[in-house]
Ligand binder design. Structure first.
Ligand SMILES: C[S@@+](CC[C@H](N)C(=O)[O-])C[C@H]1O[C@@H](n2cnc3c(N)ncnc32)[C@H](O)[C@@H]1O
Length: 318
């Protein structure tokens, strides 16, 4: 299986669930799944992995996405074993066949995830609940809503949103300029009815017999299953060693720190670049450059290097 986890992730945040492919496939195999639904498939990075897996087992793959990227649309045209539903999860999950496994990675907020789970749970109660897998159960969306289309979320469920472009930084419950840009994220992390993990935990707490594992890697991978399902032990065996593993927790905390720090650095660098470009066009700076040259020639402050546009151009080209 060839996996290109950065094909649609130019900043290399590790944004796709494809980064967790081996673990997810092991769970699907443990479940002996014959059908899987991916809610939120974007450009099809994970969908391609699922199709490769399904070609070995004869399983069917469904992808639900109201705004599929061109690459996913092409994949759908090329592959007769993929069913792409161009609709929101809350519409599609009312009518598509209940799958053996569902991967929830669409709109990352409490209301949507809770409703997705309610729809699945009503159609497959008790131990019949599919194997459920989730992305973004750790930072930043585990405890902080993000809204793909805020108008689709009932006002009572919508957290106040960040007004400043939503700069998210690990350890900062509010927002900060230069943080990771999530312009439709909740202004504050934490509290009731906020975030993907909160929705999953509330679903698990509201039903008998459900188990939850959280793998703290690549923004968090959650797995929920019913302990009375015939395949429960097989899934528990796969996922158990990864569940809230402290070494992984430390690795992920370190990783998201550096993702955010690299982004902040990029923001600072682009601000400096913009300032230098303005200097190059500034008549005041042209005057300063001439004055600096005259001072140099006159031997004033010989230890100082002359102000020059060439130096600014060199800095920009670097
Ligand atoms: C993070 S991306 C999915 C990435 C993909 N699962 C992967 O791992 O490569 C989220 C996707 O969810 C879709 N989406 C947003 N709201 C949705 C909804 N209500 N139902 C289904 N998909 C939704 C977006 O169009 C977007 O393509």
């Amino acid at each position: 299986m060839e996996i290109d986890t950065y094909a649609n992730d130019p900043s290399r945040w590790g944004a796709s669930l494809a980064n967790l492919s081996e673990l997810m496939i092991a769970c699907l195999d443990a479940r002996r799944a014959q059908s899987v639904v991916e809610v939120g498939a974007y450009a099809g990075d994970l969908t391609g992995v699922l199709l490769d897996w399904a070609s070995g087992s004869g399983a069917t793959v469904w992808a639900i996405d109201p705004s599929p990227q061109p690459k996913l649309i092409r994949l759908d045209e090329e592959r007769s074993d993929l069913e792409l539903v161009r609709d929101t999860s809350l519409e599609a999950l009312k009518s598509i066949p209940i799958p053996d496994a569902a991967i929830i990675d669409g709109d990352h907020n409490y209301y949507t995830v809770s409703e997705e789970l309610r729809l699945i749970g009503e159609r497959a109660p008790g131990a019949d609940v599919p194997l459920l897998m989730f992305h973004d159960v750790c930072w930043p969306h585990g405890r902080r809503d993000d809204y793909f289309a805020p108008a689709q979320i009932p006002v009572d469920y919508r957290q106040p949103m960040a007004r400043d472009g939503g700069g998210l930084v690990p350890g900062e419950p509010g927002t900060r300029p230069g943080g990771l840009p999530y312009p439709r994220a909740a202004a504050t992390e934490g509290g009731a009815r906020n975030g993907v993990l909160t929705a999953v935990e509330d679903f698990v707490a509201g039903r008998e017999g459900l188990r939850l594992a959280v793998v703290p890697a690549f923004f968090g991978f959650g797995v929920v299953w019913h302990r009375d399902a015939p395949w429960a032990d097989a899934v528990a065996e796969v996922i158990g060693p990864w569940d809230r593993n402290p070494v992984l927790e430390r690795l992920e905390a370190n990783r998201v720190f550096h993702v955010a720090a690299a982004h902040a650095q990029l923001v600072r660098a682009s601000r400096s670049e913009a300032l230098l470009r303005r200097l190059l066009e500034s008549s005041a700076f042209s005057l300063a450059e001439r004055l600096s040259r005259l001072r140099k020639r006159a031997g004033v402050a010989p230890e100082q290097s002359a102000v020059s546009k060439d130096a600014v151009r060199r800095a920009l080209s670097e």
